[in-house]
Write a protein that binds this ligand. Structure first.
Ligand code: GDP
Length: 456
């Protein structure tokens, strides 16, 4: 990870544009910048954070390439923490490329993907979560995703993780001191205190994991499956939600044989809807395949809308399907309330439910509100105020940390020896450090930064 060389890249998008920027970073950045500069300033001696107007020149060919502004930022007050020179020239492909070529000829090396940000990380300018947030900002596909990434960049997530990590370290220190100096008169934590404090760490970790599930919803959207028996109005509901005809609506039971996929947004959340064939035990082979796929779709969805007919309510088949969903979030949709009173069905149902008329577009707003409430649980999400885990790598490590902490608590209950138990806490501490980058290996760091775009 040597940072002794000087790297260069075009950091603006290629193509026609008003301005193109070439960035140099490293010990020779100022020397190389000065070698390319023609103008009134003495660039090599210029103060940090100054801008110099002039020309980019190819000294060998005694040729002016382009009119440009040279921005000088000396270490450590720069993006990378190294000496940085940014050359703002005219946009387009030719000028920027020629200038980059001059930088390389003068001794710079072409930067790899994410190398500027990697140097910022190595020089302690930002931790891994904040560096990764930069990539998320660049990639953000919605406003909510952007505000999440900006919050992460500002360090809210690293602060939360650091806090848990410090608590875990303190617990390790207590246990270790107890093991190493059993005779000495030192402050000790009894098992109850150890347990309570580990539980608090696990709860904080769990909170971040749940925020991550919601974060994923905001960034990637959700899959929603519409399930229910034939003719309850699944296709009608899909059409009502879409506000247009897409699935074929018929009176004949079992005509929706395949799964229809549609996309829409509900409360700002991108939603992929799967309208499934009627869930029904059947002898018809084609339909049987449809039913199997419906069960799979239900299993693969983030949320199931289970539709029943207000005139019929729930029967054993419905209950069996609902039971098969287990913990999966599910909303009971009692349809056709224009034909029958739904209150008996609603009263008998313990979970979330909403009454609608798909055919007459009644109750759809309440349905959408309920969906959003079920998915997001609390309204704070998406405002960018709180730490939201939005990265799969972070989420996986948090889940491992939670497992480590729970395993410690279990071991404590079983009365296992502390010198073995403390290993769980050490793992938790390491896993949290992998998130912020403090315990990350060179390989991991390289992999993460290689996903960045060139010039970042
Ligand atoms: P699916 O088999 O569950 O997809 O059900 P469909 O959407 O094909 O609907 C079956 C029948 O019920 C059609 O004739 C629809 O017009 C009718 N239907 C659906 N929703 C309603 C509703 O809210 N009120 C009334 N009166 N009829 C409905």
């Amino acid at each position: 990870m040597g940072t002794s060389d000087t790297i260069a890249a075009i950091i603006t998008a290629p193509g026609r544009a008003a301005v193109g920027i070439i960035r140099l970073s490293g010990p020779d950045a100022v020397r190389i910048g000065a070698a390319l500069y023609e103008g009134r300033a003495d660039l090599a001696q210029a103060a940090s954070h100054t801008i110099h107007y002039g020309w980019v020149v190819d000294g060998r060919a005694a040729r002016r390439i382009d009119e440009a502004l040279f921005l000088l930022m000396r270490a450590p007050r720069s993006y990378t923490g190294e000496d940085v020179v940014e050359i703002q020239c005219h946009g387009g492909i030719t000028a920027t490329r020629e200038i980059l070529a001059l930088c390389l000829r003068a001794g710079a090396r072409l930067a790899e993907e994410g190398e500027f940000t990697k140097r910022a990380f190595i020089n302690g300018k930002l931790d891994l979560t904040r560096a990764e947030a930069i990539m998320d900002i660049v990639d953000a596909k919605s406003e909510a995703a952007l505000s999440q990434a900006v919050a992460q960049k500002s360090g809210v997530l690293s602060a939360r993780i650091q806090a848990v990590r410090e608590d875990v370290l303190e617990l390790i220190a207590f246990i270790q001191a107890d093991l190493d100096y059993p005779e000495d008169d030192i402050e000790r934590l009894d098992d109850d205190a150890l347990r309570t404090r580990t539980e608090a760490c696990a709860a904080a970790t769990g909170g971040l994991i749940r925020s991550g599930q919601r974060g994923k919803i905001i960034r990637e959207g959700i899959r929603l499956a519409i399930c229910g028996q034939p003719n309850v109005g699944k296709s009608s509901l899909l059409n009502a939600l879409l506000g247009r005809e897409r699935a074929i609506v018929t009176d004949i039971a079992g005509t929706t044989r395949d799964i229809v996929t549609e996309y829409l947004t509900i409360a700002g959340i991108p939603v992929e809807i799967l309208d499934t064939a009627g869930i029904r035990e059947t002898a018809d082979v084609i339909e049987a395949i449809g039913v199997e796929r419906a069960k799979d779709a239900g299993a693969g969805a983030d949320l199931v809308l289970y539709v029943v007919d207000a005139q019929r309510g729930l029967d054993d088949e419905d209950r069996a399907f609902l039971a098969s969903l287990g913990e999966k979030p599910c909303l009971l949709v009692v349809n056709k309330v224009d034909l029958a009173d739904a209150s008996a069905v609603l009263d008998a149902w313990q979970g979330s439910a909403v009454a609608i008329s798909a055919k007459h577009a009644g109750g759809l707003e309440a349905l959408e509100e309920k969906i959003a409430a079920l998915l997001l649980e609390d309204a704070a999400i998406g405002t960018g105020q709180d730490a939201v885990v939005s990265n799969a790598r972070h989420l996986a490590l948090l889940e491992r940390t939670e497992d480590d902490l729970e395993s410690f608590i279990q071991g404590l209950e079983l009365g296992m020896s502390k010198d073995i138990l403390v290993i769980d806490l050490q793992h938790a501490w390491e896993n949290l450090g992998l998130i912020t980058g403090e315990t990350a290996s060179e390989d991991l760091i390289d992999t993460i930064f290689s996903k960045f775009c060139l010039g970042k």
